[in-house]
Design a protein around this ligand. Structure first.
Ligand code: HEM
Length: 206
């Protein structure tokens, strides 16, 4: 691998850890407000959703800027969405509920918004474990189909966000608009490619 690409990847790897470092600093200096456990949980959930949006934005940015190298970072950004979602889940299980499985079980059954969080998480989990290049090669065409589920995961995460909301609508609304446009971009791209493909088929061979 080119040394410049390697260095840029290393910088990206470190930059993506800044939200976690920032969170540690806020914990150390007692800056998490009156309900630090909830704040910790919320911050990790927010960062997971942000990384999901950033990962989805890679292809549109790549197409608009014609910077092909952009895709080198997609896997890492997606893995960070999974990483922050895992910490968010662990905060819920360990910090929020002390691993008390009966309470966790009841909470999950009684809170439909958590079902959507679980769906979003299971998808990013599946995408993370199938992200290595050798898995991608061995899965062939089904890899692409599976990885399209990232859109389902982001929609589930948005529903999860709206459903548990206690106050301000502005932030989840902003994420919904971003995800809507990213999804629209992919649909338009797919439609254009499909139409072009059809045009290439000689008449009588359709
Ligand atoms: C990819 C997966 C997930 C994403 C992206 C995600 C994202 C989020 C976001 C953005 C919030 C709202 C934060 C805010 O109010 O600003 C949230 C809240 C919450 N999430 Fe998740 N979540 C995911 C998975 C899960 C899972 C698997 C669980 C539990 C099993 C869970 C439990 C919760 C709970 C309990 C809250 C409410 C926190 C509170 O207000 O105390 N989430 N999540």
């Amino acid at each position: 691998m080119d040394i410049q690409i390697k260095n840029r990847k290393l910088v990206t790897l470190v930059v993506c850890l800044i939200p976690l470092l920032w969170l540690f600093l806020d914990i150390a200096f007692g800056n998490l407000g009156s309900n630090p456990i909830q704040a910790l949980h919320i911050r990790l959930g927010d960062w997971s959703l942000r990384f999901l949006c950033i990962t989805l934005a890679v292809t549109p940015i790549q197409m608009m800027t014609r910077w092909r190298g952009m895709s080198d970072y997609r896997q890492m950004l997606g893995l960070y969405a999974f990483f922050y979602a895992t910490l968010h889940l662990l905060a819920y299980l360990v910090v929020d509920n002390n691993l008390m499985w009966s309470i966790i079980g009841t909470d999950i059954i009684e809170s439909p918004y958590i079902w959507f969080g679980v769906v979003a998480y299971l998808i990013v989990f599946a995408l993370a474990i199938t992200s290595p290049k050798w898995v991608m090669k061995s899965m062939g065409k089904s890899w692409k189909k599976l990885h399209r589920l990232i859109y389902v995961s982001s929609i589930a995460a948005i529903i999860h966000y709206f459903w548990q909301l206690k106050g301000n609508l502005a932030e989840p609304l902003l994420y919904s608009i971003i995800i809507f446009f990213l999804l629209l971009f992919r649909v338009l791209l797919w439609k254009t490619r499909h139409e072009l493909k059809e045009m290439m088929i000689p008449k009588g061979y359709e």
